[in-house]
Design a protein around this ligand. Structure first.
Ligand code: NAD
Ligand code: GLY
Length: 358
């Protein structure tokens, strides 16, 4: 079992990582209230809620299950969770445990940050994406009909407990999609991780226990490095968006259906890597290593045929409205070093996307 800390200006968040670490003793160490509410979804609840409740016998514990899916990460469910807390007369002596993937973590984190102006929060992330990315760093959110994650807060949890054994029940496609975020750390800051993943792809795909601990621990350490320098994303935290400009545009062009976030990011990362070569920064051998690693991990690299290049540009432009009307791409200066380029014109991007698709 490893314990590391995310230190920000106002918080020092313990993060525990290991295989089979969840226990009554461990949870009791981190819970500092009499009352506990575990919020999860019906899928994760069916598999893990009984076990987690058994670990919480020392507390006045209640559980709440919501429906599964990104479409439930909205203000209506946010209000329903508040209603539940209010109807059960909870006060500030409360720890909310978010048991689930990024959807539960974002939604429940937002509830914890707002109920009674903020109560204690523990993340128990159960997807690879949540373990290596969304549970670390304090971003909470719900979606608005106009777009994803438009409403939310920055709110650091009191602790994050990452048990890699949860990943054994995660559907294959969700697991592989989460690997894209792990590859991302290899590209933006830790080339040795990328090389290791390239050599160990089969073991990674088989969810080898030691591999899981290595990729999760290494990713969390990288994420901590970015967040501790820039909690509110005014500079280096933006590098975590590598591959996201095109990735988000692909997700939006597909109405967030038939493609998982990590799959879209995988395509976006290879495209950003191609742009980095085009701009004479990344060398071609490193580009080939990136492409080979994504393919060995069964991650997609082709832009889906059903979406048109002009729709992708339209969504990139919608995104850029939020960013001084510029197309903002994170590129690689070299493998492991990012630069922001906000000077790419729509015409050039259109040509590059066509070139990438050919
Ligand atoms: P998710 O939470 O929808 O989980 C994916 C699926 O796996 C769901 O059906 C879920 O029920 C199921 N599942 C979860 N754990 C399981 C397990 N152990 N065994 C079996 N099934 C399991 O998706 P996700 O990819 O974890 O998260 C995506 C969300 O994360 C998005 O809403 C995105 O905006 C958000 N996100 C937030 C941040 C952040 O910094 N806060 C970063 C990245 C992504
Ligand atoms: N997932 C990007 C961030 O946490 O900043």
């Amino acid at each position: 079992m490893k314990k590391i800390f995310l230190s920000t200006r106002n918080n020092k968040v313990p993060i525990v990582i290991g295989n089979g670490v969840i226990s009554s003793k461990l949870l009791s160490t981190y819970i500092k209230s009499k009352n506990v509410v575990v919020v999860t979804n019906e899928t994760v609840g069916r598999i893990y809620l009984k076990e987690i409740k058994n670990c919480l016998k020392n507390f006045n514990t209640k559980t709440l299950e919501i429906k599964d899916g990104e479409k439930h990460k909205n203000l209506s469910i946010f209000t329903k969770i508040h209603d539940y807390l209010i109807n059960n007369r909870f006060d500030r002596d409360l720890t909310i445990i978010a048991l689930g993937g990024g959807v539960i973590g974002d939604l429940v984190g937002f509830v914890a940050s707002t109920f009674m102006r903020g109560v204690k929060l523990i993340h128990l992330p159960t997807t690879l994406l949540a373990q290596v990315d969304s549970s670390i760093g304090g971003k909470t959110a719900v979606n608005h009909p106009s777009g994803k994650n438009l409403i939310g807060t920055f709110y650091q949890p009191d602790s994050v407990i990452i048990d890699t054994k949860f990943l054994l029940t995660l559907p294959e496609q969700e697991y592989v999609s989460g690997l894209a975020e792990v590859v991302k750390y290899g590209l933006i800051s830790k080339p040795s991780l990328l090389k290791w993943m390239n050599k160990n792809s089969e073991k990674i795909l088989s969810k080898d226990k030691d591999c899981l601990t290595y990729i999760v621990l290494t990713s969390v350490k990288e994420k901590i490095r970015f967040v501790s320098q820039d909690e509110r994303e005014s500079n280096v935290r933006a590098f975590l968006n590598y591959g996201h400009t095109l990735g988000h545009a692909i997700e939006a062009a597909m109405n967030y259906r038939n493609i998982l976030h990590g799959e879209a990011i995988s395509i976006g990362m290879l495209f950003a890597s191609m742009l980095s070569v085009e701009k004479n920064m990344l060398n071609i051998n490193d580009f080939n290593l990136i492409e080979d690693t994504l393919e060995k991990l069964n991650l997609p690299t082709d832009i889906p045929k059903r979406i048109k290049t002009r729709d992708i540009i339209k969504h990139i432009k919608f995104d850029k409205k939020k960013q001084d009307n510029r197309n903002r791409f994170v590129l690689l200066g070299t493998l492991g070093n990012c630069v922001i380029n906000d000077k790419l014109k729509d015409d050039f991007l259109g040509k590059m996307i066509e070139h990438y698709r050919s």
